[in-house]
Design a protein around this ligand. Structure first.
Ligand code: SF4
Length: 386
């Protein structure tokens, strides 16, 4: 059987400690351990955007008390975000300093390239070296809905181990799907990643979670719980249940489950009535941007999550800045075609991938672009090169 523990309580450090204690049964005195947190985006601590710093504290204390040889805490943020700044704003940097463990940008450990066994979408990937140098990896994501993957939990959290710009690769696959495919290219890309980068343990932080426009523009959900297992796939499936979702709502998880040979009937959850602590999360797809911002249209042709995040943040802070403009199309992604730009009112190109059309339309540079610069480009109706 594959056991999953759901622990609820008022103190994130205490419940994280209690949950990892139930699943980590090794002698760690000769082991190095990486706590792979989620600080993909820079934003306020304990808001549902990043892993809760106190949950990280609980895990650090657990491993320290067991005399673990070395504990690392780290992540590498999306392209264009300073990883150390993100760790600091999430409150995790300070917790590591207080607890006396190393906190790092995973990219700083160097690069290791690996071939994917039986690849479906990608043949090779570049990852941060530390991922392979440590003895054990604990995936410590925050529980969130996700615009493209349905949900982002302990399996998808490992995407932060991809080295520098290789992070964008899984969002920019342009390959035919396998016959009878059940998901998108991204789902199969994450499955490929999980063949070489799959955590030994999962501790999903659902103390403050996120629903709606995750992974960066959603709303907080105060669930007050964590989920732990030796199987990231099992932990993620239990999280989906807590979020009121089905395996089909986040297909990468089910593809990885199948690939790892995990059967639903072999998953045992403690306590058995854990679902009483969950609630239905609003899916990203249920918050239709076009309903909220009727004078905007987005054309996305192969843009990565960093551009998506920039556009979302633009909507969040600037959508009301242009009440008199009839229709504005934001166009992003390296696969943009002429026909994408024929209609749609005022066209504004967003991000360096769209630069090849810059002679014809106002262009907001950046990789990723900055939300306030998107607003400036729209307001000025022209390209700014400064
Ligand atoms: S320009 Fe946008 S879509 Fe292109 S790589 Fe940069 S962030 Fe991603």
């Amino acid at each position: 059987m594959t056991d999953v523990y759901v622990v609820k309580g008022a103190d994130p450090a205490e419940i994280a400690y209690e949950a990892i204690d139930k699943v980590f049964r090794e002698d760690s005195s000769a082991l190095s351990v990486l706590l792979k947190v989620n600080t993909g985006f820079k934003g306020p601590a304990a808001s549902g955007l990043c892993t809760h710093p106190e949950a990280v504290r609980g895990l650090i204390r657990f491993f320290k008390e067991r005399g673990t040889k070395k504990v690392y805490v780290g992540d590498s943020s999306i392209v264009g975000t300073d990883s150390i700044e993100a760790l600091k704003s999430a409150g995790i940097w300070d917790v590591c300093r207080e607890e006396g463990v190393e906190c790092l940008n995973l990219d700083d450990s160097g690069m290791a390239e690996r071939e994917i066994p039986a690849p479906v979408m990608v043949e090779r990937l570049k990852l941060s070296k530390l991922t392979f140098e440590v003895d054990r990896v604990v995936s410590v994501p925050v529980m969130k809905t996700h615009m493209y993957a349905g949900a982002t939990l302990s399996i998808k959290n490992m995407k932060g181990c991809l080295y520098q710009r290789d992070k964008t690769r899984l969002h920019r696959i342009f390959k035919p799907l396998p016959e009878n495919a059940r998901g998108k290219c991204l789902d199969y890309g994450i499955m490929d990643l999980a063949k070489i980068c799959y955590a030994d343990y999962a501790l999903v932080d659902g103390f403050v979670a996120m629903e709606g426009f995750g992974p960066s523009g959603g709303s907080r959900v105060d669930l007050g719980l964590v989920v732990a297992s030796q199987s990231p796939a099992a932990a993620d499936l239990v999280c989906l249940r807590l979020m009121g979702m089905e395996p089909g709502d986040a297909l990468h998880i089910d593809l990885v489950r199948e690939n790892k040979g995990l059967k639903f009937e072999d998953i045992r959850v403690f306590p058995a009535d854990y679902r009483k602590w969950g609630r239905r999360f609003v899916r990203a797809g249920e918050q239709d941007l076009r309903l909220s911002f009727s004078n905007f249209r987005v054309v996305d042709r192969g843009a990565c999550s960093a551009c998506h995040a920039a556009v979302l943040q633009f909507f969040r802070y600037h959508h009301g800045d242009f009440p008199d403009r009839k229709l504005i199309t934001l166009a992003c992604g390296r696969d943009l075609q002429d026909e994408d730009l024929r209609n749609g009112g005022e066209i504004v190109l967003v991000g360096n991938c769209a630069a090849r059309f810059r002679e014809r339309f106002p262009f907001c540079k950046g990789c990723p672009p900055v939300p306030s610069q998107i607003a400036r480009t729209i307001a000025g109706g022209r390209t700014f090169d400064d």
